[in-house]
Design a protein around this ligand. Structure first.
Ligand code: LRH
Ligand code: MN
Length: 426
């Protein structure tokens, strides 16, 4: 299913007047405050977020999964669905594949399809947290950290295979997340597990092409419930430093213990030039993989405030890999992803309203109230007309969710694919 350009222009005609009114009012106010509105709008338009190939169907938990009709049942249909997101939002210009869930059957064809939809291949993800059919070794007791050399070598070879797949698609990074850990005290020798992981990552790092990066994702628990080898940013940072300059930490927002100060973690990782990328989502309790900004929107804004500061003050940190990592248990996956894209753009736009130099000056003066007023003033600004303008200028729709429903996309996908297709992934 494709969204046609004329569908979009016809749809926007109905909303453009209201948009122009809101935009002109806001742009006028912001210009008076000294903001370069055109610069903010063009930065929003350039800001592309990678869609996870594993989150285009209905997710589920061990307690059950409720399918969503018209799900993509192969990689080609997944790329088509991301094409729909890109047509509407113009901010979903990349896909992050998970291997072996999404191994391309025809590399040339899948690249042509993605190119035609203006979709790039972002980071590729390895999977050593599930045993593959006919696999010689099992990852039950871990992969890169496993006490068995044969298991570690199998896991290392898998990661090298994933690099090879990504290389054929034009990806420029490998994301490694390990479930490795233990469920009970005494089960693991922590030092051996950590050292095995370091040595294994170094072997993988040797296979990373020069213009690539290795993103090491941390997580405190699940599926192991007593210890996880790469449990937090400190462990990920140490392992990245142990590998070399092309290795960085990957921050999944859901991979933090309650009340962690994620914006502080991000600030320091940027200072050290070791922040490589994000898995955006939101959570109330654990790794809930909920819609971005749906639970803690102010925390997301504070994270973008540190990111904007980093973009302006930390040239030592690389360009970041922006990716969503979510799972949809009750909502249409495409609507959920549209809302996440909107929340990310909104937090970024609000953070760009902060005069970082003035904020730093107030911080140096310890003028706490002034600092707060600056942050909350930006946060309380309704920036949606800026997002609409960025989409409109890039050929997208002014309000994606309304358009998605108005174009009856899900109904169209069900007509094309039927009601019983199931997407690979989580
Ligand atoms: C682990 C994780 C990781 C992926 C998986 C799909 O919780 O965040 O990024 O490999 O989800
Ligand atoms: Mn993740």
């Amino acid at each position: 299913m494709k969204i046609q350009k004329d569908q979009i222009s016809d749809y926007n005609k109905k909303e453009i007047e209201g948009h122009n009114e809101n935009f002109d009012f806001l742009a006028n106010k912001l210009s008076k405050q000294g903001h370069n509105v055109n610069d903010i709008v063009s930065r929003l338009a350039k800001f592309q977020v990678a869609i996870p190939s594993w989150a285009l169907g209905a997710g589920g938990t061990r307690f059950g999964r409720f399918g969503f009709y018209g799900e993509p049942s192969n990689l080609e249909q997944k790329i088509d669905d991301i094409g729909i997101l890109q047509s509407l939002t113009q901010t979903a210009g990349a896909v992050s594949l998970h291997i072996p869930w999404d191994i391309p059957s025809d590399y040339t064809a899948i690249k042509e399809q993605a190119d035609a939809l203006n979709i790039k291949f972002d980071s590729v993800n390895s999977n050593t947290f599930q045993d593959q059919k006919n696999a010689k070794e099992s990852y039950k007791y871990g992969s890169l950290s496993n006490t068995s050399k044969a298991v570690r070598e199998q896991a290392i070879q898998h990661n090298l295979d994933v690099i090879n797949i990504g290389n054929k698609l034009g990806s420029k990074s490998l994301t490694v997340w390990l479930a490795d850990g233990s469920c009970f005290p005494g089960q693991n020798n922590f030092q051996t597990a950590f050292q095995n992981t370091q040595d294994s990552l170094i072997d993988i790092y040797k296979g990373i092409p020069d213009d690539w990066s290795l993103l090491i994702e941390y997580k405190p628990y699940e599926p192991n419930f007593y210890s996880t080898v790469i449990q937090d940013w400190g462990a990920s940072l140490m392992l990245a430093n142990g590998c070399g300059d092309k290795a960085y930490t990957l921050v999944d927002l859901g991979h933090h213990l309650p009340n962690s100060n994620i914006e502080q973690i991000i600030s320091i990782l940027q200072l050290k030039g070791k922040l490589g990328g994000f898995h955006f989502n939101d959570s109330k309790y654990g790794d809930d993989d909920l819609t971005v900004g749906s639970i803690k929107p102010y925390a997301l804004f504070l994270i973008f405030n540190e990111l904007v500061y980093g973009m302006q003050n930390n040239p030592q940190n690389p360009d970041l890999a922006w990716m969503i990592d979510a799972s949809h248990n009750v909502k249409d996956p495409l609507e959920d992803l549209i809302q996440s894209l909107e929340a990310i753009q909104e937090a970024y736009a609000k953070a760009m309203l902060i005069d970082q130099k003035a904020l730093k000056a107030a911080q140096m003066e310890n003028d706490v109230v002034k600092c707060q007023e600056m942050l909350q003033g930006a946060y309380r600004t309704d920036v949606r007309p800026l997002l609409e303008k960025a989409r409109y200028n890039s050929g997208g729709v002014l309000s994606p969710i309304n358009a998605y429903r108005n174009f009856a996309v899900r109904e169209g996908l069900i007509k094309e694919r039927g009601k019983h297709t199931v997407a690979t992934g989580l």
